[in-house]
Design a binder for this molecule. Structure first.
Ligand SMILES: *Cc1c(COP(=O)(O)O)cnc(C)c1O
Length: 236
């Protein structure tokens, strides 16, 4: 398989990230590029690693487990879980994913906490917020977020690092700017409440179609799949 196109795609994305940082006076190292490698083979991931990429995102427990076993030096990489997480899959994710981006209920937070306690670790998590209130999407509303933050702050084996959102699929990324701005404001507002154990600094927002706008609005992690690996093909 020829995966040379990945080198070019990554160069292009790196240029765009740097330019977006420059436009809004942010340092390049304030933004982490997470390569969303779901459905893509080990060979492509290894090519990313050759290009200096160390953060990868997967959205299925089984696929993550498989990749951890087949990818060369997978221990040296940062694996993030970005998908909807069922409670019966939590045991596969806790301890293997460094950050879970998609916590959207007390029950899920409890399950992660319980499993982390068993493994004697503290799991870093983000709350997924459905900022745009799309019916098809998971995530809590902005209004529900504070209550979930307060709840999670009482759990001993999870550490809340920040907020994540999946913005709507749009033709013009400018349409998502208000959603990104709203998530950033929500994070600042909640930090301002001085809740014990809560000091969030991660904003996971922006995908292939809108990561530049997301960076301008304060994203600290952008999740890019198609832009690096090309279109995904699902065999259903
Ligand atoms: C698939 C996925 C992405 C990457 O989407 P692209 O448009 O391919 O960049 C980002 N975030 C989440 C949560 C995803 O499921």
């Amino acid at each position: 398989m020829n995966v040379d196109f990945i080198d070019d795609n990554l160069k292009e994305i790196e240029k765009k990230i740097t330019a977006a940082c420059d436009r809004c006076g942010r340092r390049r190292d304030e933004v982490t590029l997470i390569a969303i490698s779901k459905t893509k083979p080990a060979e492509m991931i290894e090519r990313c690693v050759k290009n200096g990429i160390t953060f990868f995102g997967e959205n299925k427990a089984q696929e993550l487990t498989e990749k951890l076993s087949v990818i060369e030096d997978s221990d040296a990489l940062h694996w993030h879980f970005i998908g909807h997480l069922q409670r019966n899959k939590v045991k596969y994710i806790v301890g293997s994913a460094e950050l879970i981006h998609s916590v959207d209920s007390k029950r899920l937070a409890d399950a992660i906490n319980e499993q982390s306690e068993k493994k004697n670790i503290i799991s870093d998590i983000l709350i997924e917020v459905n900022v745009a209130m799309e019916e098809s999407k998971f995530g809590v509303t902005c209004e529900e977020t504070v209550e979930l933050v307060r709840y999670i702050s009482t759990l001993g084996n999870v550490c809340l690092r920040g907020l994540m959102t999946i913005a709507p699929y749009v033709d013009n990324p400018e349409k998502n700017r208000p959603h990104f701005a709203k998530l950033r404001k929500l994070l600042i507002d909640i930090n301002g409440k001085n809740i014990d154990n809560v000091n969030m600094n991660v904003l996971s927002m922006g995908m292939t179609g809108d990561y530049e706008v997301a960076i301008e609005e304060g994203a600290t992690m952008v999740r890019v799949g198609t832009g690096i690996f090309g279109e995904r093909i699902y065999n259903i």
